[in-house]
Write a protein that binds this ligand. Structure first.
Ligand code: NAP
Length: 533
């Protein structure tokens, strides 16, 4: 995503947390809205002050267990998307700092990989306990830098922490194997060993959970990590790293650098000490990383973009379908990779569904995530908002109709009205690409075969949803969908105990569940010869 973030040269980072001064990147068009928001941002201001005194509002990177500024003192502003206010300045790092973080992770690997599974499990459990003990504060931090409503942000902390808990337990279950030997003088074994130093690159839409889903299994298996969070949401990553230190995870095992994404990414790719890249983000950047990893033949795990179909059959329970589609489409203001992107509705239920769904969408409260009753926060930035506007305009120009919404919200900033559109066609951008915003396009279809064909007509294959009360159909369609995740009569399916990942260009590998740890493990075959006594 193109960013409008300002990099400030030569400003000392130390103590440079500049609470809630108006960001210079707020356009004049938005200044009046920002002023309207002064009142509301009082809560954000109180939150920032409390977080600072709790020690969780960190503004330096973490390398080899030391809080570190950028070597050239450059910083980037982290802003609150609901108000445009600057929450903190963090280091804008590049190749040199990344290489030092890699060296620290490499050194720490030599000891962390030799700890027992029980020792790693205890550290991870402690980290989980601390994440949960600081659930409110971490949730506030997520709302502050990412914008999602506080309740949803606290929900992300529970979800994100659950990966650390799950993998603290899984650490003890990385079993090797004895293979029945075909030759009587030989004994054959399989050992499972950690991959090594892992480069972890994560997006802004789940500032905590996208990190814990990777770092949990990496540390559990004995790997060490260099994390590069999105420059839009580094503060949650830094707070989580602070808690990892308090949990006793040794210096160098967890490093966090941020700043120039291309430089950091290239340094991680170039290093032969980095044995794996695990990435969540856009398909375009994922492809670049996959190509770059070829030079050093690194392993890659990729969690990329989706284009989720949500299929409502005539025989669906209407209330269940409306609730499920609403939850899937509008969570995080539509900014998740598993958000329903195309709502395919069978003709017999189309009118009834469109009406009930629009009524429900109309009631979604939009505003600052810290305000009571808000369920729709701002979009992450102006670029995200403009993308949504472009998609809506493209659809209108090709014949789509707006049932409700379809414009910037009167609150200004990056708020967009929750939107429902009809007369959608396959050639529209809304159908072809990930919307990443609160816009629900409704497509009618006639038959089950047509729904499956439409659903699979995309290069993405992450999540799909179906709503039906017919058990045979639910099974048949689940099997036919070319997707890594299928929700049947359920719009919110993510959990730490189940495998998360995509088919086709939505990615490679799985996160969470018993499969998630395999991504961080090398399988070694040992043959003992000359074993006859
Ligand atoms: P993005 O632009 O691809 O950025 C993701 C991360 O990659 C950020 O940390 C970004 O850094 C970094 N990055 C950008 N260019 C890079 C480069 N050349 N080398 C190394 N790193 C680079 O994606 P986003 O806009 O943050 O996130 C939204 C996307 O993530 C959507 O497509 C969504 O579907 C996908 N997503 C997928 C999943 C999943 O599990 N499949 C989950 C969540 C999100 P900066 O931000 O600092 O520039």
């Amino acid at each position: 995503m193109t960013l409008t973030r300002r990099v400030i040269s030569g400003m000392a980072v130390s103590g440079a947390i500049k609470l809630l001064s108006l960001s210079s990147h707020v356009t004049s068009m938005h200044r009046s809205s920002a002023i309207l928001y002064r009142q509301m941002s009082t809560e954000a201001q109180n939150v920032a002050t409390r977080l600072k005194s709790s020690g969780l509002l960190r503004s330096q990177a973490l390398i080899a267990g030391k809080w570190t500024e950028a070597y050239d003192k450059k910083v980037i502003e982290v802003t609150n998307p609901a108000t445009g206010d600057v929450v903190a300045n963090v280091p804008c790092m590049g190749v040199r700092e990344t290489n030092d973080a890699i060296s620290a992770a490499h050194e720490a690997f030599s000891t962390w990989s030799k700890t027992t599974a029980a020792e790693r499990s205890k550290c991870l459990r402690k980290w989980y306990d601390l994440l949960i003990a600081n659930k409110e504060e971490l949730g506030q931090l997520i709302t502050l830098e990412q914008g999602k409503p506080l309740k949803e942000a606290i929900g992300e902390v529970s979800y994100g922490a659950a990966f650390i808990e799950f993998f603290s337990e899984e650490a003890k279950r990385v079993y090797g194997e004895i293979i029945p030997t075909p030759l009587s003088d030989r004994r054959l074994f399989v050992l499972k060993q950690p991959v090594g130093v892992v480069g972890v690159i994560t997006p802004w839409n789940f500032p905590l959970a996208m990190i814990t889903r990777k770092v949990g299994p990496a540390l559990a298996s004995g790997c060490t990590v260099v994390i590069k969070p999105s420059e839009l949401t580094p503060l949650t990553a830094l707070a989580a790293a602070e808690l990892s230190i308090q949990a006793g995870i040794p210096p160098g095992a967890v490093n966090v650098v941020m700043g120039n994404a291309t430089e950091i990414g290239d340094a991680l790719l170039a290093s032969s000490e980095v044995r794996k890249i695990t990435f969540t983000g856009s398909t375009a950047v994922g492809k670049k990383l996959m190509a770059g990893a070829a030079n050093t033949v690194k392993r890659v795990s990729l969690e990329l973009g989706g284009n989720a179909p949500c299929i409502i059959f005539d025989d669906a329970d209407l209330d269940v379908a409306v609730k499920g589609a609403l939850g899937s489409k509008f969570r995080n203001s539509g900014q998740t990779c598993v958000c329903a992107n195309r709502i395919l509705v069978q003709e017999g239920i189309y009118e009834e569904f469109a009406s009930a769904f629009s009524n429900a969408v109309q009631n979604l409260q939009v505003g600052d995530g810290f305000a009571d009753g808000i369920v729709q926060g701002p979009l992450i930035n102006e670029a995200g908002l403009q993308k949504v506007e472009t998609f809506v305009q493209d659809a209108i120009s090709k014949g789509a109709k707006v049932l409700i919404g379809g414009r910037r919200h009167r609150l200004g900033m990056t708020f967009y009205e929750p939107t429902v559109m009809t007369n959608i066609k396959s050639e529209m951008l809304l159908s072809r690409e990930e919307i990443f915003g609160p816009v629900a396009p409704l497509h009618p279809f006639r038959t089950e075969d047509e729904a499956i064909r439409l659903a699979n007509d995309t290069n993405a294959g992450l999540a799909a949803y179906i709503f039906t009360t017919n058990i045979q159909r639910s099974w048949r369609v689940s099997e036919a969908l070319e997707y890594g995740i299928v929700g049947v009569n359920e719009g919110l399916v993510s959990t730490e105990v189940a495998p998360f990942g995509g088919f086709k260009q939505s990615g490679i590998g799985r996160e969470g569940s018993k499969y998630g740890i395999d991504e961080y493990i090398e399988v070694k075959y040992v043959c003992l010869g000359n074993m006859q006594s």
